[in-house]
Design a protein around this ligand. Sequence first.
Ligand code: GLU
Length: 498
Amino acid sequence: MTKKTIEIKKVRTRIAPSPTGPAHIGTARTALFNYLFAKQNNGDFLLRIEDTDTQRSEQRWTDEVIEQLKWLGIEWNEGPDIGGNCEPYKQSQRLDIYEKYLKQLLEEKKAYFCFCTEEELENKRQEQMSRGLAPKYDGKCAHLSDAEINKNIAENKSCVIRFKVQNKKVKFNDLIRGEVEFDTGLLGDVVIAKDLNSPLYHFAVVVDDFLMQISHVIRGEEHLSNTPRQILIQEALGFYQPIYAHLPLMLNMDRSKMSKRQGDVAISDYHKNGYLPEALINFMVLLGWNPGTEREMFTLAQLIKEFSIEKVQKAGAVFNTQRLDFLNGLYIREKSIEKLTELCVPYLKEAGLLVQGQISQNKLQEIVEISKTRMKKLSDIAGLSDFFFGDKLVYEKDLLTWAKMGSGEVKDSLAFSEKILSNVKEWTLKSLETEMFSASEKFNIEKGYPEKNKGYMLWPLRVALSGKSTSPSPFEIANILGKEKTLKRISDAIKMLS
Ligand code: GLU
């Protein structure tokens, strides 16, 4: 069994998710790196569904991973939804193929049926551990005669198929980690199938990567320790060895390992919360790849040109959500106002703010326009703009107070604003701003407040219009609300103080 070197005719990469739960953000990053690498080499990128775990695999998770990867703009050349030359692309539909190769290994005595019971195996494990040894299968069933095997099978004894692991040093050259060497002596004979029709991951992955002519296996570091087993299986089957690249682990901010069990790791969560696919792509590529420049924003097309697998780091990549929010904000502000408004509408509807026909498209765009500087994600729009919708605001009256003003003074301030605003002729942002600024100075002089401190007039006004401690300026809000609503809100606030 010797290593066959791959002769690359065409770069072919793949993403091979197991549909046992919501599509993970780590899967999206791996898909992205595979996609970029394939595209920049004029190669093919494949989607293969690894659903050999029939207990845990569900069609809805296959549908979801397809939907979410498409949303991100990552497209494949071959896959279960579009077909291709190496069909089928779902492992559960390839069982006859695996059976053929399992039989080959059994015939060549490179694999064997193992009839050890769970209890027996557990006892052996305990016994080995009590002697201070790392537990591994002792190879008992490797020595059964054909007659014994046939008898056990005839008796319907439950069994698995084990692959004979040779004790040796497996070396391979990882594009990211350089030369990697493993001693397979510690592994023990690995279970590669439950029976001829039920292959397990290590086996199916090797067969498929070969038959689908995968040239580069780019996957997460958690698979690094699987690689030596898979290389031995390749060698036993006479397959070539693909080129490996193991991407760095994704870490939480405290540098602990990100796991599927933690919240907010599903791609769909990011989608639902209003992250833009462009921002996520940009963010994910920086989880391990260093462009070597200060540049922060990359489109998918630019990444196809600029990305290089050699510049991917070995060290874990910290998943910094603040950076994601920052990038998302940049992409949000890059959108045309028409597009951004369209993207915000579902979030406004979901929050019950947008009732059909209640607000014009122009007004809606104005609302989005003044809210967008504060938006980190699309879902923020609801909390940032809710006060524009509906008639009555709910807030604590103390919020109306600026500095050490008493409630009577706040009332005076609001009454002053009311008077000025009811006389404003031209209700535009420009004139509202000019009139209110000069009124504010007059007001301060009249009341003996510091002349330049606009808060005495503008803070109570802004709160009366928004009900919030932070919001756009009162001019911007008044401009969008219109004269009638603006005056109504001021008089509501005055009433609250009475
Ligand atoms: N089905 C494996 C997973 O979801 C893929 C492993 C591989 O890329 O080889 O982790």
